[in-house]
Ligand binder design. Sequence first.
Ligand SMILES: [Zn+2]
Length: 254
Amino acid sequence: MKVYFLGTGTSQGIPVIGSNHSVCLSKDQKDKRLRVSVWIHSDDFSVVIDCGPDFRQQMLQSKCETIDALLITHEHADHTAGLDDIRPFYFKQGDIPVYAHERVLKNLEKRFDYIFALENRYPGAPAILANEVKENENFKVKNYLIEPINALHGSLQVFGYKIKGFVYLTDIKTIEEDQIYKIKKCKVLVINCLREEPHNTHFNLEEALDFISLVQPEKAYLTHISHLLGFHEEVQQKLPKDVYLAYDNLEISI
Ligand SMILES: [Zn+2]
């Protein structure tokens, strides 16, 4: 199984529009970050987690040609605003299975009513198969078991996902003991790390590293990164063994 980091940036991406911050002006390709998303794939499996505003560009860059399922962590725009661009997949494959919390599905139905419409559909509008994800209820996509991991993004519930030894958690600030138990000693943990300064709804660097020590994965990758965290090369040098700053278009094997 392979995991392709489609995007590793926080909500505005890096560079931030109009910013003169040195990280935004960096010439290092690893300092350019689209909005967070990953593509998990093997010969018989292709799943994308989240579809933010950069989804089209990410699908072209990664050469992802089919999607068995789209898993959504939560409704924020940097994770969902690209939903309309599932159209080419819909034309090729038919209704695209989307998995999300009931609250998130309702939110998407409000914002993308034409995608959910059952009557008087606009010709060319994509359609999805909405699947509700419930806390502590595992589900299968093809033959792959997927375990939702429940966490909080400030006061907002978010889902992370565990697939085989791979765990993807983004936009979390707090997580209960019973959920940590499910991911202990996993092979690869991806976890959000915004910047060094504390933030109300995101882990900062210290919190992300503490969380990694608690989970004890074989390897950990940091994502959902703000330009305020610093230059990729400099931050990477400060990280402990087996902890890596993810970057766009990085692909790892699991
Ligand atoms: Zn986010």
